[in-house]
Design a protein around this ligand. Structure first.
Ligand code: FES
Ligand code: FES
Length: 159
């Protein structure tokens, strides 16, 4: 039985029908053509599929599409569409990623962290990003990039 769902995706109203067991990740990628949320582990352990739902970072592989009904969902494409790329730009300046597979997930988790807590210390940054795994890097450049983001926020120079 198909179920109608409506949500706002990157500022655009979407209406579609889904099966009760459809995962949000699959609907975003396969039905709505978004490629930034990645399928990594499929069981909530790697963070590659992270998106924002009503401002909170969620693992879209663990969310059913029906749970998105009425929600506002933002992916990396949404930031790019509105030219809000300062987090991405600082990560890039620090060469924080290599293959880039994990990058969208890190960016979404970082966005949530900095909005919730604009002046985290290193321990808090590590804790906030602990659910995002990167198989390529040693995390040092990621931490350095987020530290620069914190400084950037303090100086009000994000755009
Ligand atoms: S694919 Fe969702 S947490 Fe790994
Ligand atoms: S840069 Fe390759 S998984 Fe993170």
């Amino acid at each position: 039985m198909d179920i109608p769902v409506r949500f706002k995706l990157n500022g655009v109203d979407e209406t579609l029908t889904v099966r009760p067991t459809d995962r949000l990740l699959d609907v975003l990628r396969d039905r709505l053509g978004l490629t930034s949320p990645k399928y990594g582990c499929g069981k909530g352990e790697c963070g590659a599929c992270t998106v924002l739902m009503d401002g909170l970072s969620v693992r879209s592989c663990l969310k059913l599409a029906v749970e998105a009904d009425g929600a506002e969902i933002v992916t990396l494409e949404g930031f790019q569409k509105r030219g809000d790329t300062w987090i991405q730009d600082i990560y890039a300046r620090h060469n924080a990623f290599q293959c880039g597979f994990c990058a969208p997930g890190f960016i979404m988790s970082t966005e949530e962290l900095l909005r919730r807590h604009p002046e985290p210390d290193e321990e808090e940054i590590r804790e906030a990003l602990a659910g995002n795994l990167c198989r390529c890097t040693g995390y040092q450049n990621i931490l350095a990039a987020v530290s620069e983001m914190v400084t950037t926020l303090k100086t009000g120079d994000t755009v």
